[in-house]
Design a protein around this ligand. Structure first.
Ligand SMILES: Cc1cc2nc3c(=O)[nH]c(=O)nc-3n(C[C@H](O)[C@H](O)[C@H](O)COP(=O)(O)OP(=O)(O)OC[C@H]3O[C@@H](n4cnc5c(N)ncnc54)[C@H](O)[C@@H]3O)c2cc1C
Length: 453
């Protein structure tokens, strides 16, 4: 079946990368069609009803210096202050030290709390521990700029040892941020990626604070962006999975074919899927094309989240909390923010993810409850419902040696552009990274002067 419509650009994937590409191009009056395989938009930022329980792909926080996503929301007419509540601190709970520390993370919005976090918390981090972090951070940020490839050959664990970080500072700070932010222990996490999360924020550190969503991300962020694309003349279709690319006799990409057998033509196709899906779509046609070779070698890694609906609140405050030394690498109470219908609601990112992929949710629950108890939350009699959400292949691997395998958005194949957090941009696997990749994909197309059919 051949669709009679012809589009300037067909975008495959309705996560933030695809939405950002579509919004940019619709804004420039291009005729765009966005196709999303799931019945809902958002990809890894989606929220949906899973057999009676409202869930999300995983709890997300917006880092204050990630400004491109805010610009995208502004362009779509979404007021960030209506969808985020701003947190000014984080908590680290340590079972090893049997203690917890709160750190202010908003140097301009709440300077006193930020200062108190650094100068205080001495029971958890002694002055010697704090001093041991100084050469680690200063050298790391320098190496990020000057020797990125060397930095990407090392894990953050190796880098911390090389720079004399004390065992305690390693446990409290390095373990929290590597496992908590990217599900990987310091022994697996690339030092380049670790510092890459911090470095782009330094010139914008005055914007630093943390945004927690005030509702499901599909409802309050992705759907409003889709409606803006439609208002600008674009089309958005969900529940349409693209199976293959259409290629003409010159080797140019001319459209896509869906699983239902529909052929849709476009002057350009933007593959804004995960790396795993992009490889599946590209391999049959471009498996022996040298430009795609590094990308085909780029490995994927999983993430697993566990979400519990509770009969009482697990924590006195909704804020990002880290649990180094437990499977709860990061977690948050959310009944005052994202899931306000719930009496209590805990969303957890589990680490290391691989060990949970083959477990039943019941097996995972048992392990989670043991560790929540160690972290000072006794929830045994308060779990009302729970879900485990596995992302088997959704992330490109953030282990050493992989960064330089990431592809640019513009490809040498006429009509084909890539987008997605795994494509080359400075923000790695984040919402900001996805949005920036979409902007870069749109720029690549506009540079090629899309013809209106
Ligand atoms: C548990 C978890 C916690 C996270 N926490 C944070 C955080 O706190 N802060 C932050 O900034 N980032 C966070 N992230 C990362 C962030 O969600 C991602 O980096 C970002 O959403 C990726 O967007 P994307 O558009 O590149 O990919 P995706 O969101 O994965 O979008 C790809 C889309 O393509 C669709 N698709 C795939 N194949 C096809 C096909 N054949 N046809 C049609 N459609 C297809 C998929 O269904 C999907 O909707 C987190 C992610 C997870 C999973």
């Amino acid at each position: 079946m051949l669709s009679l419509d012809k589009y300037d650009v067909v975008i495959v994937g309705g996560g933030l990368a695809g939405l950002s590409t579509a919004l940019e191009l619709a804004d420039k009056r291009k005729k765009v069609l966005l196709l999303e395989a799931n019945p809902y938009l958002g990809g890894r930022t989606s929220s949906f009803n899973d057999n009676g329980m409202e869930v999300e792909s995983g709890f997300h926080r917006l880092i204050g210096y990630h400004t491109e996503i805010l610009k995208m929301l502004g362009k779509a007419g979404v007021n960030p202050d209506e969808i985020f509540t701003w947190e000014e601190d984080i908590e680290i709970r340590s079972v090893k030290k049997k203690t917890s520390a709160v750190f202010g993370v908003a140097p301009v919005f709440n300077p006193l709390k930020t200062l108190k976090g650094v100068t205080g918390n001495n029971r958890q981090l002694s002055p010697r521990d704090k001093i041991s972090l100084l050469p680690f951070f200063t050298n790391g940020l320098k190496d990020y700029g000057k020797h990125p490839k060397i930095l990407d050959e090392m894990t953050i664990g190796e880098y911390a040892k090389k720079h004399g970080v004390t065992e305690n500072a390693f446990h409290f700070i390095i373990e929290s941020f590597s496992s908590g932010l990217y599900f990987l222990s310091p022994e697996r996490y690339s030092a380049y990626v670790f510092f890459g999360l911090i470095a782009p924020g330094i010139p914008k550190s005055y914007k630093m604070r943390i945004g927690a969503f005030l509702g499901g991300m599909t409802d309050i962020m992705c759907n409003p962006v889709a409606r803006a694309i439609e208002r600008k003349g674009g089309e958005v279709r969900t529940g349409v999975k693209v199976k293959e690319l259409c290629i003409d006799e010159t080797g140019s990409v001319t459209g896509v074919k869906t699983e239902e057998g529909e052929q849709i033509n476009g002057n350009h196709v933007v593959l804004a899927t995960t790396l795993f899906s992009a490889k599946q779509i590209l391999l049959p046609e471009f498996g022996d094309h040298s430009w795609f070779e590094p990308m085909f070698k780029l490995p994927v890694m999983p993430a697993v989240t566990f979400q519990m609906e509770l009969t009482k609140r697990a924590l006195p405050k909704d804020r990002t909390t880290f649990g180094p030394g437990t499977v709860l690498s990061s977690f948050s109470e959310q009944s005052r923010t994202t899931f306000r219908h719930a009496y209590g609601r805990l969303s957890i990112i589990l680490s290391e993810p691989e060990q949970f992929l083959d477990m039943t949710p019941e097996q995972t629950l048992k392990i989670v409850l043991e560790d929540t108890k160690r972290l000072g939350m006794d929830l045994d009699d308060h779990v009302f419902d729970y879900r485990q959400i596995n992302h088997h292949f959704d992330f490109h691997s953030l282990e050493p040696g992989n960064n330089w395998l990431r592809p640019e958005q513009d490809t040498p194949v006429t009509g084909l552009v890539l987008a997605g957090d795994y494509t080359m941009q400075p923000y790695f696997a984040t919402m900001e990274g996805a949005v920036v990749s979409g902007k870069k994909a749109a720029e690549a197309i506009l540079k090629n002067k899309v013809q209106v059919p």
